[in-house]
Design a protein around this ligand. Structure first.
Ligand SMILES: Nc1ncnc2c1ncn2[C@@H]1O[C@H](COP(=O)(O)OP(=O)(O)O)[C@@H](O)[C@H]1O
Ligand SMILES: N[C@@H](CCOP(=O)(O)O)C(=O)O
Length: 322
């Protein structure tokens, strides 16, 4: 259940009035999601999602909300935050920072096929192109510095073989981050968490269209190759084994290339970036599992999945088209 802060109809109405969205017809808690309090909000002006941020502070939010606004205004299927009279996208409700975004249609796809992942690749590429003129800067707060701070905290909880894998990968990624090839990678504001549960599809079975990408609250400036790798590592993995499904991965890459051609450095670095992406989510899941930020607010996900994915990335580096 993802309602940590109760919002009354009167509170929602006050915010709706402030944002000129008219009378509130209904306010319904959203039962999925793990980070924030979310409500579906229906007003005279339309259908919205009201989010109260439980972890992020008001100072961190403008970057995420401005990125969503930027992408939506560039024609991407991204929810656009509603601005107040002063232009601010972040508001305050029940003592928490809050945002109201338009509600997107569709449902999440748990078992994607090539038809889904091709669209995901194309949309991701369009997002990478669209941030060329996005000025705000905020680093990926789940990047190398965070891995270096987190690895020692979770290390004591690991069995010997998992501990050795973590040690080796930290050494590898630390060196990699200083390599000329890494430094050549194109960077920009990226989603950095485009998992299956953060995208919505609409339409008849077999002909669904990707109509929504949301949950930008792990976004930050990082390499496009890292973002692509995060996406491949969720959409194109066999959940039972942690192995890459190359048919889906080829389709995702084909969709991506239809919109944006990766540079030579991006092609070369993709195997290493897939390792980085697997490490990032292995570490965050380990951290949530063993050293929760706030146990009462979090439903931890299984870290062993990304340990398996990382092992597979190391043992079977995948070069698209090879
Ligand atoms: N703009 C939106 N349009 C439609 N549904 C949304 C939108 N934003 C969030 N949701 C719904 O709310 C759920 C929780 O959102 P999410 O951002 O994943 O929460 P959390 O950040 O707490 O993990 C999603 O699974 C989705 O069903
Ligand atoms: N995608 C991450 C968890 C991020 O949480 P979200 O529900 O806000 O997307 C993972 O699977 O570990």
């Amino acid at each position: 259940m993802a309602v940590y802060t109760e919002v009354s109809l009167a509170q929602a109405q006050a915010l709706s009035t402030r944002l000129k969205l008219g009378n509130v017809g209904s306010l319904a808690p959203i039962g999925s999601g793990i980070e924030n309090t979310n409500y579906f909000l229906s007003t005279d002006a339309g259908e919205w999602v009201l989010t109260l941020f439980e972890r992020l502070s008001a100072s961190q939010l403008p970057f995420y909300l401005q990125l969503m606004q930027h992408l939506a205004r560039h024609g991407l299927p991204v929810p656009e935050p509603v601005a107040g009279d002063d232009g601010a996208l972040c508001h305050e409700l029940a003592g928490k920072p809050a945002a109201v975004v338009n509600r997107l249609p569709g449902t999440a796809v748990e078992a994607p096929d090539v038809h889904h992942v091709e669209q995901v690749g194309a949309t991701l590429a369009r997002m990478h192109l669209a941030v060329a003129d996005f000025a705000p800067q905020q680093p990926n707060l789940r990047g190398l510095a965070w891995w270096q701070a987190t690895a020692p905290a979770v290390r004591p909880h690991l069995e010997a073989d998992a501990g050795a894998l973590l040690d080796d990968e930290m050494v590898y990624q630390t060196h990699l981050a200083q390599s000329p090839s890494y430094l050549q990678l194109p960077h920009g504001a990226v989603h950095a968490d485009l998992f299956r549960d953060n995208a919505l599809f609409d339409g008849l079975p077999g002909r669904e269209r990707l109509c929504g990408v949301f949950d930008f609250y792990f976004a930050g400036v990082d390499s496009f190759a890292f973002d692509l790798s995060v996406t491949i590592n969720d959409w194109c993995i066999d959940d039972d084994s942690g192995h890459l499904d190359e048919t889906r991965a080829d389709a995702l890459i084909a969709g991506y290339r239809a919109e944006r051609e990766p540079t030579g450095a991006e092609w070369r670095m993709l195997p290493a970036m897939r390792r980085a992406a697997a490490l990032r989510f292995w570490l965050s899941r380990l951290s949530d599992w063993h050293a929760p930020r706030d146990a009462s607010l979090l439903t931890p996900k299984d870290p062993r999945h990304f340990e398996r994915v990382l092992r597979d990335c190391v043992a079977n580096p995948w070069h698209p088209g090879a």
